[in-house]
Design a protein around this ligand. Sequence first.
Ligand SMILES: C[S@@+](CC[C@H](N)C(=O)[O-])C[C@H]1O[C@@H](n2cnc3c(N)ncnc32)[C@H](O)[C@@H]1O
Ligand SMILES: [Zn+2]
Length: 178
Amino acid sequence: MAKKKSAKKSMSSGGSRPGVSARAAVKQARNGPKVVARKSPVHGRGMFALVDIAKGARIIEYKGRKITWAQADRWYADDDTKPSHTFLFTLDDRYVLDGNKGGNSARWINHSCKPNCESDIVDGRIWIEALRNIKAGEELYYDYNITLEDPHTPAEKRRWPCLCGNKGCRGTLLAKKR
Ligand SMILES: C[S@@+](CC[C@H](N)C(=O)[O-])C[C@H]1O[C@@H](n2cnc3c(N)ncnc32)[C@H](O)[C@@H]1O
Ligand SMILES: [Zn+2]
């Protein structure tokens, strides 16, 4: 997210451990996906670790169609009467990845003000990586750090509410800067 919405998305701790047996976890670690999308206590669907994930590990790529901010603004006009929702992920000042089109399950990762993941953009690709060791069952989060073109007024902050529930939650998905 950026121009209107600049979403440098991200994560938190907590979350309930799923019923994954030790044997299943080992099998998944070797052969299967390390993460899964399911209902989140924070918002809608979220992404959860199926296995323990080591600090620094590359977890998943955020995929989506590469579009310009001008296209994003045309396709996803803001409705000031509703809390905002976006699957756009900022690549740079000109481009975003649109998780609505050709996106993968990384688009379900929620924001937290106390994230356990971060994004790393390498050669135009967005990778979600572990900021710390993550236990199987934890929800994945990164800090969206959404930056609007307009000032981050209290009204704008309320349009991007954060429900992460962490101590120190800034109450909004918007970045701190203004
Ligand atoms: C990329 S989607 C994440 C998936 C989302 N949970 C869903 O089910 O569609 C981003 C949107 O999820 C919501 N969201 C993510 N993290 C949130 C949080 N900590 N508090 C409130 N809403 C959140 C916001 O509406 C945000 O624009
Ligand atoms: Zn928060």
